[in-house]
Ligand binder design. Structure first.
Ligand SMILES: Cc1cc2nc3c(=O)[nH]c(=O)nc-3n(C[C@H](O)[C@H](O)[C@H](O)COP(=O)(O)O)c2cc1C
Length: 353
C-alpha cells in the first residue's frame, strides 16, 4: 500500500510498530521493518535491569541500534521520550546524541514539546515524527518542522495525553489542521482498523498493543496471555500528575493542576481495583512505583511484569484494542493479514456504491 508516509520513510506498508518501553527491542523492530513496516526501538530496549547511569543508558541503546542494523538494511526508528525536569532530560539528551552518532534514519519523539529536539534531529538528517494527542499539539509539531505526526487517541496503551480524545475524533481533525502526513495511533488492531484510519485521512497506523501478542515480541508469555484474555472492558484510563506540564499552566512544580493531568491506560486488575477503592493512594503512586528502581533486585515493577512475568500486584499497561486480539502470529503474518483484510474491506465498500 502506498501513501505519503510510505514514500517519506521508504517502507512498503503504512504500518509502524509503536514504541513500548522495555519490549520494543532491536529484534522486534528489525522484524517489523523486514516485513515491510517501520520497526521502532523503544526506551530501555531488550533490557532486564534498570540503570540510573546516563552513559550506560546511551551505550545500551547504541548496542540495540547496531543489532537492528545487522538484522535489516531497511529503515527503522528510535523513540526518544523527551525527559521531564533536570534529571530525566539528561537521559533523553544522551539517547538523542547516540541516535545521531549512529545515523538512525527515523526519530519518533513523544511525551514532550517538539521544540526540544526537532531542529537537532533534522539537522542530523533524520526524519522526525512527533507523537501528539490534540489538534493544538499537531499544529505546534508541524510549525516546529517535523515530517509527520502520530495523532494518538485515548484508546491506546501507555500514556495517552491530557485531553482523552478518541482516535476516531482526533485523526480527521488533525488531518484538517495540518498539511504533513498524520499517522493514526490508539485502537488499531487489524485491517479494518487500518482502513478506518486511512478513511479518516491518516496515511499510516501506529500500533502497540497488537504487536505485544506477536511471536517476536519479547514480552513475557504471561503478559501475552493477559492480552489474549482481555475483553472490551478490560482497561481503563487513569489520570496522573506531571509536574513539567503543570509548569505550562503556571502552577509551578509544587502541585498538579487537575485539569492538565495526563492519563495512562491500564489493565483493570485486582491491584488497580484496590487502588481505586482506596482513595488515600493516588495514581501518581501507581506510576512512580512502577518505574522506580528496586535497589535489592536491580529491577522495577514494569520490568518484573513485562520481562519476568510477575503480573500480580502491579499495574500493567495495554490498549483497549486488546479485546480484539485472539492469537499470536509472527509480525510478518500480522502485517500480511492486515493488508489482505484492508483490501477485503475496500472490496466490500466498493460493492456498496
Ligand atoms: C506496554 C506499552 C508500553 C508503552 N511504552 C511507551 C513508551 O515507552 N514511549 C511512548 O512514547 N509510548 C509508549 N506506549 C504507547 C505506544 O507507543 C502507542 O502510543 C500505543 O500503544 C498505541 O495504541 P495501541 O496500544 O492501541 O496500539 C506504550 C504502550 C504500551 C501498550
Amino acid at each position: 500500500m502506498k501513501t505519503r508516509l510510505t514514500e517519506l520513510l521508504g517502507i512498503e506498508q503504512p504500518i509502524v510498530l509503536a514504541s513500548m518501553a522495555w519490549i520494543t527491542d532491536a529484534v522486534l523492530a528489525a522484524t517489523v521493518s523486514r516485513a515491510g513496516g517501520l520497526g521502532t526501538i523503544g526506551p530501555n530496549p531488550g533490557m532486564k535491569t534498570v540503570t540510573t547511569d546516563v552513559e550506560e543508558t546511551g551505550e545500551r541503546l547504541r548496542q540495540q541500534i547496531r543489532t537492528c542494523r545487522e538484522l535489516t538494511d531497511r529503515p527503522f526508528a528510535v523513540n526518544f521520550v523527551v525527559g521531564v525536569g533536570g534529571f530525566d532530560r539528561k537521559f533523553s539528551d544522551q539517547c538523542v546524541e547516540v541516535g545521531i552518532e549512529e545515523r538512525v534514519p527515523v526519530a519518533i519523539v513523544s511525551q514532550g514539546s517538539p521544540a526540544v529536539y526537532t531542529r537537532r534531529l533534522k539537522e542530523a538528517g533524520m526524519k522526525v515524527i512527533h507523537v501528539c494527542s490534540s489538534v493544538k499539539h499537531v499544529k505546534k509539531a508541524e510549525a516546529e518542522g517535523v515530517d509527520a505526526v502520530v495523532a494518538s487517541g485515548t484508546e491506546g496503551g501507555g500514556h495517552s495525553g491530557f485531553d482523552q480524545i478518541t482516535t476516531l475524533c482526533l485523526v480527521p481533525q488533525a488531518v484538517d489542521a495540518i498539511g504533513i502526513p498524520v499517522i493514526a495511533g490508539g485502537g488499531i488492531g487489524d485491517g479494518r482498523g487500518l482502513m478506518a484510519a486511512l478513511s479518516l485521512g491518516a496515511e499510516g497506523v501506529y500500533m502497540g498493543t497488537r504487536f505485544i501478542a506477536t511471536k517476536e515480541c519479547p514480552a513475557h508469555p504471561r503478559i501475552k496471555e493477559i492480552i489474549l484474555e482481555a475483553s472490551d472492558t478490560s482497561t481503563i484510563a487513569v489520570r496522573h500528575g506531571n509536574p513539567s506540564h503543570s509548569k505550562e499552566t503556571g502552577a509551578g512544580n509544587q502541585g498538579f493542576v487537575e485539569e492538565r493531568r495526563g492519563s495512562i491506560r491500564l489493565v483493570l486488575n485486582d491491584y488497580l481495583r484496590n487502588i481505586l477503592a482506596d482513595r488515600s493512594v493516588g495514581f501518581d503512586d501507581i506510576f512512580a512505583t512502577a518505574e522506580t528502581p528496586d535497589p535489592n533486585t536491580g529491577s522495577n515493577r514494569t520490568v518484573a511484569s513485562f520481562v519476568f512475568g510477575q503480573v500480580d500486584g502491579t499495574s500493567i499497561t495495554s490498549g483497549q484494542i486488546a479485546g480484539l486480539i485472539r492469537d499470536i502470529p509472527s509480525c510478518e503474518e500480522l502485517i500480511r493479514r492486515m493488508v489482505s483484510e484492508a483490501s477485503q474491506v475496500l472490496g466490500r465498500l466498493k460493492d456498496l456504491s
